[in-house]
Design a protein around this ligand. Structure first.
Ligand SMILES: NC(=O)c1ccc[n+]([C@@H]2O[C@H](COP(=O)([O-])OP(=O)(O)OC[C@H]3O[C@@H](n4cnc5c(N)ncnc54)[C@H](O)[C@@H]3O)[C@@H](O)[C@H]2O)c1
Length: 329
């Protein structure tokens, strides 16, 4: 089978590709394991090459419909649509967010429709589709009322994926991702970037700025579990999803204070002195509209994976990204 990953040079795209190469199979539309023969990674930036013949890297702008058309064909069985303008940037550049998050997604779905082969499409949405006057615990049935351009753009595409599925043009699956932490690498343009920086930078001996107050509650998922979830969401039988193709992924609900306490338990009290508290109203305005706690009954019933606790997530980061280093203590 042939798999396409948009945003293939990004944080999740590269990790997903590596995991798929390791697994070697995905469930086809007939629900049987199919061998992955090719993974096409599409991104506007050139990612580092993979030393595996099954990977093809295509560099270009998915906002260009002709370019996008050249990346998908009737043999493209599965698409993980991860390319996006992330929250902070979509808020700062409204036109770019609309062009990539909405227009390019619509083109992608239209190409699938025109080819007529009904591929599986896994769309990475976000809990940013929720916002406004939310209940203390958001349910699968809570109305989506996004309070950011990013959240609105994700919400629009969620509806498209559901309708293109209903019409039989694709077999769509929408996964609403929590904030990912601990994300390795450098800070990015997501408003939630600090949720990783406040753990990652102190562990690297660097200072980090926390732009929101310690009682801010976040809905978090580890990089490892989100990759497992994308694959799990792809492989679930279409009927199991039912008519509503959206699912809120299970996460951990923690205040910043609880995250910092977990860091302290893993790496000692001196480490948390590397966090500076400096409120940033631009970030607070976005992040405080997102839900900090969800009841993910549908995901549990479907059997989606989950993280056990945040301390283990930090330990996993130390093991995988810092080679188990403990000289930060
Ligand atoms: N990481 C998180 O905390 C999180 C949370 C919720 C949802 N998501 C969603 O998951 C998906 C992947 O997130 P990520 O963390 O890997 O983000 P990322 O920014 O690392 O990756 C996105 C990729 O999309 C690419 N891209 C942007 N514009 C493009 C264009 N015009 N043409 C082609 N490629 C383009 C970027 O170059 C980048 O490599 C996104 O859709 C994001 O909205 C992520």
């Amino acid at each position: 089978m042939k798999v396409l990953i948009t945003g293939g040079a990004g944080f999740l795209g590269r990790r997903l590709a590596a995991k798929l190469l390791e697994r070697g199979t995905l469930k086809g539309t007939d629900n049987k394991d199919a061998r992955i023969d090719e993974i096409v990674l599409v991104d506007i930036v050139q990612g580092a090459p993979f030393a595996d013949k099954r990977v093809r890297i295509i560099v270009g702008d998915i906002g260009d419909p002709d370019f996008l058309k050249g990346t998908i064909d009737a043999n493209t069985d599965s698409i993980f649509h991860l390319a996006a303008i992330v929250s902070g940037q979509a808020e700062a550049d409204f036109d770019l967010g609309m062009r990539i998050n909405i227009d390019a997604s619509r083109h992608l779905l239209e190409i699938c429709r025109s080819l007529g082969h009904r591929p599986k499409v896994v769309f990475a949405s976000s809990v940013a589709v929720y916002g406004g006057d939310l209940p203390a615990v958001v349910l699968d049935t809570t109305t989506i009322t996004p309070q950011s351009s990013y959240g609105t753009q994700k919400a629009v595409v969620e509806h498209f994926v559901n309708d293109y599925t209903r019409k039989g043009f694709i077999d769509g699956r929408v996964l609403r991702l929590p904030t990912i932490s601990v994300r390795p690498g450098r800070p990015n343009a997501a408003a939630s970037s600090f949720a990783s920086s406040i753990i990652r930078e102190p562990l690297n001996g660097e200072m980090a700025i926390c732009p929101v107050s310690a009682d801010t509650r976040l809905w978090l998922l580890s990089p490892q579990t989100v990759i497992e979830s994308l694959i799990f969401g792809h492989d679930i039988e279409a009927e199991a999803f039912g008519r509503n193709r959206n699912v809120n992924l299970p996460g951990l609900s923690l205040t910043i204070h609880e995250m910092v306490s977990a860091l302290e338990r893993v790496a000692g009290p001196r480490i948390v002195e590397r966090i500076h508290w400096e409120s940033d109203p631009r970030i607070e305005r976005l992040v405080l509209t997102w839900p900090g706690q969800l009841d993910t009954a549908k995901a549990h019933a479907l059997g989606f994976p989950r993280d056990e606790n945040f301390e283990l997530v930090i330990r996993q980061h130390v093991r995988d990204e810092l080679g188990g280093r403990r000289d930060f203590v």
